[in-house]
Design a protein around this ligand. Structure first.
Ligand SMILES: C[S@@+](CC[C@H](N)C(=O)[O-])C[C@H]1O[C@@H](n2cnc3c(N)ncnc32)[C@H](O)[C@@H]1O
Length: 248
């Protein structure tokens, strides 16, 4: 297995990503976060693990929704420096989530928001998360949509002579594996998996799938800025709510 890349500690990437996230009209704010939180069960009194927690924003939200224990894990020192400065009441650990053997407790809910497409071996991770969950617990995650991660040359659109989007250029869908893309900087490593590979990895780990979401922009978002209409051709994100059954 390749060593996990830690691109968020690259200063140029970190600064560029911060700029994207500071935009109130980011796809995270308009599409991904509302979908993620719509999948959350009642968190009152629950223990929560957040894998790839970044700035710890979601961790703080889980706490305000009643979670009693919240642990954020991230590989990036720079992301965790922001997280600890902004959320001093939450515990954060710097680690690569590909190896979770350092975690000894059990959790009611494991969340992961937009981090799993950086992980090479999703099957092993799903099994590890399954064993960290209490019976009846949930694994809820978002990732880049498989149609986004598919093209080896990077996501692109066909446009008419006036620049209007005609369609998404889907290629390489069935060629799963590592992608090296230009996103803020060159050489950002991600992993493409097909829908069936994602779903089958969860099923093989023992999960049942309760819900999947592929959020699209609201009517108001499209009215405010027509460029969002292209997400109706291809959603940006895939979200899955998977449950560990009450008995194996
Ligand atoms: C797109 S950011 C999302 C941050 C946060 N979950 C959110 O939604 O605001 C992805 C995060 O995943 C982290 N990450 C990437 N690979 C990781 C790995 N192997 N182990 C732990 N964290 C990782 C990055 O450092 C980064 O903070």
């Amino acid at each position: 297995m390749n060593k996990a890349q830690n691109i968020y500690d690259n200063q140029e990437f970190f600064d560029g990503y911060k700029k994207l996230r500071d935009n109130q009209y980011s796809a995270n704010n308009l599409e991904e976060k509302p979908a993620l939180f719509s999948l959350a069960p009642d968190l009152q009194g629950k223990s929560v693990l957040d894998l790839g927690c970044g700035y710890g924003e979601n961790c703080a939200e889980f706490k305000s929704l009643g979670a009693t224990t919240v642990l954020g894990v991230d590989i990036s020192e720079k992301m965790l420096a922001v997280a600890t400065a902004e959320h001093s009441d939450i515990e954060f650990i710097r680690a690569d989530m590909s190896d979770l053997s350092f975690l000894k407790g059990k959790y009611d809910v494991v969340f992961s928001s937009l981090a799993l497409h950086y992980i090479e071996d999703f099957g092993t991770l799903a099994k590890n998360i399954y064993s960290l969950l209490n019976a009846g617990g949930y694994f809820i995650f978002s990732q880049e949509h498989p149609l986004t991660t598919a093209p080896i040359a990077g996501a692109s659109w066909s446009r008419d002579s006036e620049g209007n989007v005609l369609h998404y250029n889907l290629t390489d869908y069935a060629r799963s594996g590592r992608r090296s893309t230009m996103w803020i900087v060159d050489g950002v490593e991600k992993y493409h998996r097909t829908f069936s590979e994602i779903v089958n990895a969860l099923v093989e780990a023992g999960f049942t799938i309760e819900k999947m979401l592929e959020p699209i922009p609201t009517k108001e978002t499209i009215e405010r800025d027509k460029s969002w209409e292209k997400d109706l051709h291809k959603p940006n994100f895939l979200l899955i709510k998977a449950k560990k059954p009450l008995s194996d």
